[in-house]
Design a protein around this ligand. Structure first.
Ligand code: NAD
Length: 247
């Protein structure tokens, strides 16, 4: 099927993990996909494979996010969907030992980035009178205090910003939603567990359903939220955690 036929989509952090899988799935569903990442070599490789556009950008710098949106509009004349996906784990460890600089750096990659993405994509979509903005929160942001502190705080901020932006932008026909995955087997989680087998086992053990989550499952949820089937889903953060947060 071609559930995103004719839609122009910009995905940040698209060189790896959830972003890369989302780029593949959205392209297969007929979207004109533009990939963006701070890792230009990996991003360009995947873009070439998909016949997609690529623009290098560090999402923690507003002018670079602005340029990425402008690049997508320049290539395809419009922007129908923005996926604020880029992220990292960033500073880990005790609050008492975290420097202000480390805190701000991680926070800006995980939350300031989403503000920039919503603002820059939102301005374009306001002109068009419509669009969809999706962002990656996390189980850590839903429950708070799990995982690295600044990570969890920033991901909680993504949920609040999603609700605020949705209420501000609804008047222009723009929907703003987020997803909050639990552990997903990606290079980010492989780093934490040392390797892929460790990540698969960790994600399996962490799942009440007894099965690890993979990027395609997050991409499929993003596809639903990006599609017209979700035309009345707004201001929502869809938790994809196998039920961990209820267990
Ligand atoms: P990943 O490490 O596989 O991919 C992240 C991508 O973001 C990489 O290609 C990286 O180069 C890029 N990136 C990092 N910093 C950037 C910056 N400043 N500017 C632009 N690009 C940058 O990670 P993933 O697991 O696919 O994570 C994607 C998103 O999903 C992140 O926001 C992450 O916090 C969120 N998330 C992941 C999990 C999980 O378990 N994997 C769970 C919940 C939420």
């Amino acid at each position: 099927s071609e559930r995103l036929k004719g839609k122009v989509v910009l995905i940040t952090g698209a060189a790896s993990g959830i972003g890369a899988e989302t780029a593949r799935l959205f392209a297969a569903e007929g979207a004109a996909v533009v990939l963006s990442d701070i890792n230009a070599a990996a991003g360009e490789r995947l873009a070439a494979e998909l016949g997609a556009g690529f623009v290098a950008a560090d999402v923690s710098v507003e002018t670079q996010v602005e340029a990425a949106v402008a690049h997508a509009v320049c290539l395809h004349g419009r922007l129908d969907c923005m996926v604020n996906n880029a992220g990292m784990i960033g500073v880990v460890g005790s609050i008492l030992e975290t420097s202000a600089d480390d805190w701000h750096r991680t926070h800006s990659v995980l939350l300031d980035s989403v503000f920039y993405g919503i603002k820059q994509a939102g301005r374009q979509m306001r002109e068009q009178r419509g669009g969809v903005i999706l962002s990656l929160s996390s189980l850590a942001g839903v429950v708070g205090g799990v995982g690295p502190q600044v990570y969890s705080v920033a991901k909680a901020g993504v949920i609040a910003l999603t609700r605020g932006a949705a209420s501000e932008l609804a008047q222009y026909g723009i929907r703003v939603n987020a997803v909050a995955p639990g552990l997903v087997v990606t290079p980010l989680v492989e780093q934490v567990y040392g390797d892929r087998d460790g990540a698969v086992e960790g994600a399996r053990r962490g799942s009440p359903l007894g099965s690890p989550a993979f990027p395609i499952e997050i991409a499929e949820t993003l596809l639903y939220l990006a599609s017209d089937e979700a035309r009345h889903v707004n201001a929502h953060t869809l938790v994809i955690d196998s039920g961990v947060s209820a267990a």
